[in-house]
Design a protein around this ligand. Sequence first.
Ligand SMILES: Nc1ncnc2c1ncn2[C@@H]1O[C@H](COP(=O)(O)OP(=O)(O)O)[C@@H](O)[C@H]1O
Ligand SMILES: [Mg+2]
Length: 258
Amino acid sequence: MTNDLLLRDASHVRRPSASPIQTPIVIASLAYKGGIGKTTLAEELAHVLDAVAVDFDWSKGGLTAGWGYREESRIGAPIIDAFASGRVPTPLRGGPRKPDLIPGHTTFVEHQPAADKVAGELNRWAYSLQRRIVVDTHPDGCPSTNGAMAAAKVVVTPVILHTREMRSLEQLLNEASDYPLLLIPYMVPRTPSQWAIDDLQRLSERYDVPVGPMVGYYPWIPIRRLRVAICSEPVAKKQRQFCTEIQQVAKAVLSYDR
Ligand SMILES: Nc1ncnc2c1ncn2[C@@H]1O[C@H](COP(=O)(O)OP(=O)(O)O)[C@@H](O)[C@H]1O
Ligand SMILES: [Mg+2]
């Protein structure tokens, strides 16, 4: 009931501060391929779920840079310092139009702890902050990605209905179908190939992994220059359909039970 209530208001109203009634769960955005929507999904889900976004991807052009955080002008590296010190990091406030953020760092590749430590700490952060956490991950089986997957109550995986991307999905399912994956058909064109839809259904049944609501392909997204979440108010008319789809994904995440 709490989740439904939260979701109903989350579409329109951003609470000025974290809600005390959040169940502090970890959600991971994860796939074995780059350029398929992990970061966009992570940021938008974090926004509509009023969650803290955590950036584990050290490559440039990810969540942290898109949010407007420049590591060059900062001292220290919050994500690395948090793991090293054992102190729960304080999220940067995003305000009404961006999620709160624990920023990533380009040197995290060398400083990421072992997967079990990452998993334990992520859950500890969520409980200590009393917030949901959405983690954006690096697209390979590195310790931080594995740790995020182990910590997550739901692992959201964007699925592009293309030949290579479907192969990469099959590899992920082969290795990780026992994790709580939720497959999101993503950047779906107006007329997707029937073979790809059939293939997704086959994989979903074979590996017993659910397919969630789909998100379409919107040509204005890759050339956006605004740093705010697409689903933050005011939502422009052309963005409404995308935001409705993200809301559906958020709802599927909160009701996920596997
Ligand atoms: N629904 C969408 N429709 C069209 N383009 C999208 C959509 N979602 C994301 N993109 C664009 O696709 C590219 C890859 O998305 P991104 O979220 O960075 O993926 P990843 O984190 O997997 O590398 C970016 O240019 C992004 O703006
Ligand atoms: Mg990314």
